[in-house]
Design a binder for this molecule. Structure first.
Ligand code: F42
Length: 144
């Protein structure tokens, strides 16, 4: 079994800990926004270790949209590279945990639709895109 390496960022690590310890009944929203969060368990592309990444919950039918916004920072979050290398993930949405497969969205029409859906679920994404010159990566997680 690969080892689990918790996030080096304290508030992120704490959110994952509470979310999982409570079986998905506590710690399921983003701070003061009250908006729902999912947890994506992914595999490190360099270490092979297990990583857990909380992201905003953007649902599209049975799928989820994963937005690599990182608050509009100049660089992609490193989980983006993990997902590009290892698309098999486990996705927790509240009390439900399911194996999923992730793909990066490259088709412009599809991306536009999913971006709109993402901004509707979490309005700050629009602002984050204006803060950075990089194109924010968008992935879809589909039931495996
Ligand atoms: N981030 C988003 O980008 N979008 C969201 O919608 C979002 C929502 C959200 C909600 C709640 C919450 O608690 C956090 C939220 N975040 C959101 C933040 C998100 O969970 C991540 O913390 C953030 O995107 C940064 O991701 P990161 O993968 O860059 O994390 C860094 C801090 C990190 O963990 N770095 C590790 C380290 O040791 O420095 C390395 C982690 C790693 O995966 N390493 C790879 C490996 O092989 O193990 C190598 C990676 C490489 O290619 O270098």
């Amino acid at each position: 079994m690969p080892e689990y390496i918790p996030s080096p960022v304290e508030w992120v690590r704490n959110q994952v800990e509470l979310y999982e310890r409570s079986g998905g009944t506590e710690g399921t929203t983003l701070r003061e926004t009250g908006l729902p969060v999912i947890i994506v368990t992914n595999t490190g592309n360099k270490t092979g270790a297990i990583r857990k990444t909380p992201l905003m919950r953007v649902k599209d039918g049975d799928s989820y949209v994963l937005v690599g916004s990182q608050g509009g920072a100049p660089k992609n979050p490193v989980w983006v590279y993990n997902l590009r290398t290892n698309p098999a993930v486990e996705l927790r949405d509240g009390t439900e945990v399911r194996p999923m497969r992730v793909r990066e969205v490259t088709d412009e029409t599809e991306r536009a639709r999913l971006w709109e859906l993402s901004v509707a679920a979490f309005p700050p994404y629009a602002d984050y895109q204006t803060r950075t010159t990089r194109r924010i990566p968008v992935f879809v997680a589909e039931p495996a």
